[in-house]
Ligand binder design. Structure first.
Ligand SMILES: *Cc1c(COP(=O)(O)O)cnc(C)c1O
Length: 389
């Protein structure tokens, strides 16, 4: 074998479908085009000041310079439990049912290492955040993809999963409010997932990263609000989107004590927890004034309105989302996801993400992230209208 030949687990990764866009983006930028990047889901807004101040203070304290505890500071886990009680009326035992994470991506990626044996099946939505599939693959598992289709409100059709697949699956990943489709789920869907998981002995992993990024007064439920959910699953959460803290790397998992214990056991052998100063900032975020969250939602809601109306008047078709900072837009007749993405970049300097990059059933859509200021979105609309599609 060649010295640096990659391990199977890297060679088995799905092809990186954004490579072509990355290359084109560099090429268009080199031509001097003013690019408007609506590609990545990274907030352009800063972390609220009171959270930054808490971090500054915590950084000065030498007791925070040492190794943190593996499963997270008690104070952070208590703040998470209190936040769950307040926000969802869900009671979680801070030391047994809460775990701090180095961002929720880290927890999601490591979760299968705790519960999936080589060859085991995991039910994974498609299109989706890529980490559910990749975490499964790294654990040697196999993903069974559940297509998220417009006719089902972008919810997986649990009835369509063959019985032998469901009964042998170890876990199911779900994510609402959803990236990339911006779809939301009602508690009734979570009830069906709990019943399905009970029937087949499956662990439910719900990624709730966007539960606070919502519009028009919509307040999504936690999966854990549903009766029996604590017996079958965990919910992954993040401070990244709620408090514009993507760079800080802090998230958490809440749920079944055995699930939390298993994930904690994997993590204690791989990482050494979250920098305590960051956890102190996290406590401030969760316990502090939540006005900053309302302000953030108001900004994204205005952007959503501007962009949705602009897209519709430029002839595109989409639903106005109730949550997330994404728009999931149908590609115009005669185009593929890759085709429209290339044309928007080359002729309008607009970066969007082709839907099929999130999984084959995403073909026929592109995703726009509302991570630019309103005047830039208006400029994007002007350019869209100037294209004759
Ligand atoms: C942004 C995002 C996350 C959050 O990731 P962090 O690691 O907490 O920054 C999780 N899930 C989805 C679907 C996301 O889009």
């Amino acid at each position: 074998m060649e010295r640096f030949e990659k391990a199977e687990r890297l060679r088995r990764l799905p092809p990186y479908l954004f490579k072509e866009i990355d290359r084109k983006k560099a090429e268009v930028r080199a031509r001097g085009v003013d690019i408007i990047d609506l590609g990545v889901g990274d907030p352009d807004l800063p972390t609220p000041g009171h959270i930054v101040e808490a971090m500054k203070k915590a950084v000065e304290d030498p007791s925070n310079h040492r190794y943190p505890s593996y499963s997270g500071m008690e104070g952070f886990r208590e703040a998470v439990a209190d936040w769950y009680q307040e926000r969802f009326n869900v009671t979680a035992e801070p030391l047994k049912e809460v775990l701090s994470l180095i961002g929720s991506k880290e927890g999601i990626a490591h979760f299968p290492l705790a519960f999936v044996n080589p060859g085991d099946t995991v039910l994974v939505p498609s299109p989706a955040y890529p980490v559910y599939n990749i975490g499964t693959l790294f654990a040697g598992g196999r993903s069974f993809f559940m297509p998220l289709l417009a006719e089902n409100g972008f919810l997986p059709d649990l009835e369509a999963i063959p019985h032998d697949v469901a009964s042998s699956a170890r876990a199911i990943f779900i994510n609402y409010p959803n990236n990339p489709t911006a779809a939301t789920a009602e508690p009734e869907f979570f009830e069906r997932v709990v019943a399905f998981a009970k029937k087949h002995g499956i662990i439910v992993c719900h990624d709730a990263a966007y539960s606070e990024m919502t519009f028009d007064g919509f307040r999504p439920s936690s999966f854990l609000e549903v009766k029996g959910a604590m017996e079958v699953g965990v919910e992954f959460h993040s401070l990244s989107k709620t408090y514009n803290m993507t760079g800080w790397r802090i998230g958490f998992a809440v749920g079944n004590a055995s699930a939390i214990e298993g994930l904690g056991a994997v993590k204690s052998n791989i990482d050494s927890g979250v920098f305590q100063a960051v956890q102190m900032a996290g406590i401030e975020a969760l316990r502090g004034d939540q006005g900053c969250v309302a302000e953030m939602c108001a900004i994204y809601q205005r952007r959503r309105d501007v962009m949705t109306e602009g897209l519709i008047s430029a002839g595109f078709k989409l639903e106005k989302p109730k949550a997330t900072f994404y728009l999931w837009v149908k590609v115009p007749a005669g185009y593929t996801s890759a085709g429209i993405t290339a044309r928007l970049l080359e002729e309008a300097g607009l970066v969007v993400t082709p839907g099929n990059g999130f999984g084959e059933p995403g073909e026929g859509y592109f995703r726009m992230a509302l991570t630019q200021k309103e005047d830039r979105l208006k400029e994007a609309i002007k350019r869209l209208k100037a294209l004759s599609l």
